[in-house]
Structure formats: structure tokens, C-alpha cells
Design a protein around this ligand. Sequence first.
Ligand SMILES: NC(=O)C1=CN([C@@H]2O[C@H](COP(=O)(O)OP(=O)(O)OC[C@H]3O[C@@H](n4cnc5c(N)ncnc54)[C@H](OP(=O)(O)O)[C@@H]3O)[C@@H](O)[C@H]2O)[C@@H](O)CC1
Ligand SMILES: Nc1ncnc2c1ncn2[C@@H]1O[C@H](COP(=O)(O)OP(=O)(O)O)[C@@H](O)[C@H]1O
Ligand SMILES: [Mg+2]
Length: 284
Amino acid sequence: MIVMEKITKTILPKVIRNRPANSFKGTYGKIVLIGGSQNFGGAIIMASLAAVYSGAGLVTTVTNPTNQSSLHDWLPEAMFVDDNEFEKAAPIISAANVVVIGPGLGTSDQALALLKKTFALAKTGQVFVIDGSALTLIASNKLSLPKESLNVLTPHQMEWQRVSGIKIADQTAAANLAAAKKLNAIVVVKSHRTQVCVNDQVYENTGGTPAQATGGMGDTLAGLIGGFTAQFENKDQAVLAAVYTHSAIADELARKQYVVLPHQISEALPEFMFKNQARGTITG
Ligand SMILES: NC(=O)C1=CN([C@@H]2O[C@H](COP(=O)(O)OP(=O)(O)OC[C@H]3O[C@@H](n4cnc5c(N)ncnc54)[C@H](OP(=O)(O)O)[C@@H]3O)[C@@H](O)[C@H]2O)[C@@H](O)CC1
Ligand SMILES: Nc1ncnc2c1ncn2[C@@H]1O[C@H](COP(=O)(O)OP(=O)(O)O)[C@@H](O)[C@H]1O
Ligand SMILES: [Mg+2]
């Protein structure tokens, strides 16, 4: 039997460091977020919001051109690349520390081609956060995950059923961990009590509220995991801290709100991270 460790607020100061004085935007990572078809533009905008508001240094969003002006209305900090122009996206993907792919990507042939071309660029040292439609495409086309990158999968239970073959009712910690090990990936199985499979351990989140049950909440988590893994050294802990942060902000807002909107989580990130950062200066 697997003993699940709990993810609690003690993870936060282990991960969220004080910013060294001698730093610049490059110190805090370069992220590329890929997704947002004509119909699902909101998903990649919400993921991009979380990446920027969590402090990622440079953020580029590769999406359908119909989403460009909405993206910039919400987020002038993000750069934009047309998802039909892969020759422009490729060097940015190659130079990124973190690639988030899948929110709102859709499952068209163009989406599949973009996913395959992006996976082919994966390099050692990069983190790939794979979410939403990218997971559905992997399952339906039996794609392998990139071998070079550290891969973080963020399925909801149905996406996890598609990828792992484990029926929702059978998604126990032991079954999830065995499947995550086979994939050689960190897997965040999202539910009302999200479980994170990392190496030989399954961690259970202690936060979260039904006020979060609204479209875009997972897209926001994918961007947040991207932002944390881009900035913070220990990637396993960064994923755990991102999962906890996402739910802890929602819990705080839900004390006064019936429903918590995904973009409100992002907007609360700078203050939450300020309050929960490590005390004392960490250099380097
Ligand atoms: N504003 C935007 O642009 C938005 C864009 N989005 C983007 O849309 C794309 C498709 O993603 P998706 O999750 O909406 O659809 P899909 O992969 O078909 O899964 C749903 C199926 O699974 C089932 N299900 C069972 N258990 C479940 C569980 N625990 N959690 C969730 N579902 C569960 C569920 O059952 P049902 O609800 O029908 O009972 C249903 O049959 C993706 O790229 C995403 O990023 C969204 O983020 C929304 C906002
Ligand atoms: N009842 C709930 N309690 C706690 N967290 C929830 C609840 N319902 C949904 N969530 C969280 O909301 C997110 C939903 O992700 P997902 O289904 O991928 O949404 P979307 O694709 O619409 O962005 C997950 O992080 C999940 O843990
Ligand atoms: Mg999702």
C-alpha cells in the first residue's frame, strides 16, 4: 500500500525564494505557451496570465491569430507568435526553459502537427508541461512523450483515463504511480483532491474548493506550473508548490466568493507569493 504524503503550506518557503538583487528578467526563465485554437483562445490566455503573474521572466504565447488582440488586452507582457508560422516559433521554443503545450489546442490535424513538431524540438534541461488537448492527442495518436525533457502531465481524470488506460474508478494512488513511472513523467492527476506522482511518491493536495469547478481552472494551473518550474531550481518541489498555491488562493477567495474565476487566481499570485516567500536572502 502507498502512504501518501500531504502537500501543505510548508512547501511554499522551500520553493518561493527571495529574488536576488543582482538579477534580470532572464534569471526568471523563458516560457513558451502553445495552444488556443479559434474556439478555445481563452484557455491559452488564462495559462499565459498564470505564467506572467507567477513571475516568469519572459513569456511567449503561440496561438491562433484570432486570439492576438484578446491576449494583448489581457496581457501586454506576453509576446505573440502566430501558430501557423512554426519557423518563427521554433527558435523561441528551442531557447525556452519551459514549454507549456495543450490548453485549448484542440484536436484538429493542425493541432496534432504542431504538437509533433514541438515535441521534436525538446532538449535536455527543458521542462514540458503537457495539458488539455495535448494529452487527448497523445492518447488518440499513441504519441510518445519527448525523451529529452522533464515532462509534467496535468490531466483531469478523463484525460488520465485516455492517456493511462486506467478507468476513473480505478485511479488509485498505486495505479497512478505505476503508470506515471512507466511514462517517466511527473503526473498531476487533478480532482477535488489532486494527486501528484513524483518519482516513487504520491503526494495528495490538502487544498481546493468546489468554487474552483469552472472552465479554465486547469489551464491556469498549467501556466502556474510553467511559471514555477521556470523560476525555481528544484522542479519536483516547484510542481508541488504550484499545485498547492493554485488551491490555497482559491480557498482564500472562496471564503468570500461563491465561485472563483481562473483569472482571479492569477491576479492574486503576486501578493500570495510575496507573503509566502522564503525568509532571508537566498543567493544564486
Ligand atoms: N475558455 C476556454 O477556452 C476553455 C478551453 N478549454 C480547453 O478545452 C479543451 C478540452 O478540454 P475539456 O476538459 O473541456 O474536454 P475533454 O478533454 O473532452 O474532457 C471532458 C470530458 O471528460 C469528462 N470528465 C470526467 N471526469 C472529469 C473531470 N474530473 N474533469 C473534467 N472532465 C471530466 C467530462 O464529463 P462530463 O462533464 O461530460 O460529465 C467530459 O466528457 C482543452 O484543450 C481545454 O484546455 C477548457 O479548459 C474550458 C475553457
Ligand atoms: N470540487 C473541486 N475541488 C477542488 N478543486 C477542483 C474542484 N473541481 C475542479 N477543481 C480543480 O480545477 C481544475 C480543473 O482542471 P480542468 O478540468 O483541466 O479544467 P479546464 O480544462 O477547464 O481548465 C483542477 O486543478 C482541479 O483540481
Ligand atoms: Mg483542462
